[in-house]
Write a protein that binds this ligand. Structure first.
Ligand SMILES: [Zn+2]
Length: 265
């Protein structure tokens, strides 16, 4: 079964109609999130009502494969003849023009600092469909055909959250699950509910010789999934005071990694 078909079936199973997006009231004015807010908590809250099967908080469970290490690099987007990596996209008609501006502004950082180009889809086979679903989540890497990036109007339309989800679509896992994370953070399993433990599983990631990045837009905050108020689930080591979980903008290392992975010069 191709991916579009399986996704359609998945959505149909949950009674979600793709064909008839509903016009919704205008959202509240865009409010930038202060730097010290644990925005991870915000989007995990937003995802609580999601009917999608999510792993790691906001990654739609892949059908067949991991990103970053994949056969023949098939999970990555392809370069065009100008050495640019085009990621075609469509956006749901339920977004306002202001919403679309926020989305496009988040994309512009990729355009300015990497060889990734999110381009309006013409007739390309593989593309992302940005939709106002029930949370902030994405597939990992290019899965083929149409693939959903869910950005709920209330809760996900923030510069950093959009970049975070787009990074998943490019093939990046969460920083705190990378293969060498135990040298840089301590996971406090005692505060993690059993059914959330999978969010903290180490992945077989290709770290591309980049340093562990506490400031990555892909890093979760200290209290992500904590079952106890005031207790952290992730503690940076050796310095527990190091900030993690920012969703302001991609870090320099986030950008470096995209450039390395996609061979941008
Ligand atoms: Zn994520």
């Amino acid at each position: 079964m191709d991916t579009t078909a399986s996704l359609s079936i998945l959505l149909l199973l949950f009674g979600i109609s793709v064909a008839n997006p509903v016009r919704k009231p205008e959202p509240p004015a865009f409010v930038p999130i202060p730097g010290n807010v644990d925005i991870t908590t915000k989007f995990l809250e937003t995802n609580k009502g999601s009917s999608e099967r999510l792993m790691h908080g906001d990654i739609v469970i892949p059908k067949t494969r991991n990103a970053l290490y994949c056969l023949n690099n098939n999970c990555f987007w392809k370069k065009n003849s100008k050495n640019l990596v085009e990621v075609p996209y469509i956006v749901s008609s339920s977004y306002s023009s202001a919403d679309i501006s926020v989305i496009q502004n988040a994309m512009s950082t990729f355009h300015n600092k990497t060889c990734i180009r999110f381009v309006p889809r013409v007739n390309q086979t593989d593309y992302i469909s940005i939709e106002d679903k029930d949370g902030c989540y994405s597939y990992l890497g290019r899965i083929g055909g149409q693939q959903l990036v869910s950005l709920k109007r209330t809760g996900c339309l923030y510069h950093g959250i959009i970049q975070h989800e787009l990074n998943h679509a490019l093939g990046f896992y969460h920083e705190h699950t990378r293969s060498d994370r135990d040298k840089y953070v301590k996971i406090n399993w005692e505060y993690i509910p059993t059914d959330k433990a999978s969010n903290f599983q180490i992945q077989n990631t290709n770290n591309q010789n980049t340093t562990y990045d506490y400031s990555s837009i892909m890093h979760y905050g200290k209290t992500a999934f904590s079952n106890t108020v005031g207790k952290d689930t992730i503690t940076p080591i050796p310095n527990a005071a190091v900030e993690i979980g920012q969703r302001q903008d991609m870090s320099n290392i986030d950008i470096l990694r995209i450039n390395k992975l996609y061979g941008c010069v």
